[in-house]
Design a protein around this ligand. Structure first.
Ligand SMILES: [Zn+2]
Length: 271
């Protein structure tokens, strides 16, 4: 089987890519990326990610999700509410055959965004409602968690979720291992190579539960610059170094993991 990278969590429908998406995709393909699992943060992106996935049917598999934090990065951002989800609810079932997963969804309890227990409760409601949709449509979930690692994993388990990717997880290794026990996967973007913070976590999660991602345009190898899917090899090499295995081994195992987690990838890629 020919192999390559699957970027399991990126924001190719973000505004940052509107002007040069064709070049970004060309560079990703040249760097060995075989497919992008494209997540959204808000309902305004849904039609755009569908349009991109039909234009690049052999490369982009779309996801729909309402992120726990709403608003434009750099401007005022706030915790998601049911008003962000309700108007776009019909779109999930309309496009269910196209969707690879429900995401980006999750919990973000950074005090800056959630200052009251009411806000936390409503964010949990938005998350639970989307987990419900994932179960109804029999789709995996692509999940964000920040300052809420253990809450997120308990919530997924309580809701009976069986297929989940915890992207850029930064919780405790013990919480991650509870997720591994539940069958969940964990992915890490290029930015993790900038510090030693995740070494312990990456070492403890078995490679059979790890996927690759870039989270482009955020979390790249250079804090200020725009991240692109072509940078995925940085994540691969970093995980290989931490786990003391070859980068080829990481590529091969993470590819198999990505396909078993997001089977719709197979509709897109030619291996
Ligand atoms: Zn993301």
């Amino acid at each position: 089987m020919a192999i390559g990278f699957i970027d399991c969590h990126c924001h190719i429908s973000a505004e940052e890519f509107i002007s040069d998406v064709d070049e970004v995709i060309e560079r990703a393909k040249k760097a060995g990326v075989k497919a992008l699992v494209a997540v959204t943060e808000n309902g305004n992106e849904f039609e755009r990610v569908i349009a991109l996935s039909s234009r690049y049917a052999d490369f982009i598999v779309p996801c729909f999700g309402i992120h726990p934090v709403q608003g434009v990065p750099g401007h005022k951002q706030c915790s998601a509410t049911l008003k962000d989800l309700e108007p776009v609810l019909p779109l999930f079932s309309k496009y269910k055959d196209e969707l690879a997963a429900i995401g980006e969804i999750g919990l973000d309890f950074t005090p800056w965004y959630v200052s009251s227990s009411e806000q936390r409760e409503e964010q949990l409601d938005v998350f639970r409602k989307q987990l419900e949709i994932a179960k109804q449509l029999d789709l995996p979930v692509n999940v964000h968690s920040r300052s809420a690692g253990r809450h997120t994993i308990s919530c997924l388990k309580e809701q009976g979720i069986r297929k989940a990717l915890l992207h850029n997880f930064a919780g405790r290794p013990s919480a991650a291992l509870e997720g591994v026990q539940a069958g969940y996967y964990f992915s890490f973007p290029p930015a993790v190579s900038l510090s030693e913070q995740r070494v312990k976590l990456i070492r403890q999660i078995p490679l059979e539960h790890i996927c690759l991602e870039t989270d482009s345009p955020a979390l790249g190898p250079d804090k200020k610059g725009r991240n692109e899917p072509k940078n995925i090899s940085i994540s691969c090499e970093y995980i290989a170094k931490v786990k003391n295995v070859s980068a080829d081994k990481v590529m091969e195992v993470t590819l198999a993991n990505a396909i078993s987690l997001f089977p719709k990838i197979l509709k897109a890629i030619k291996l």
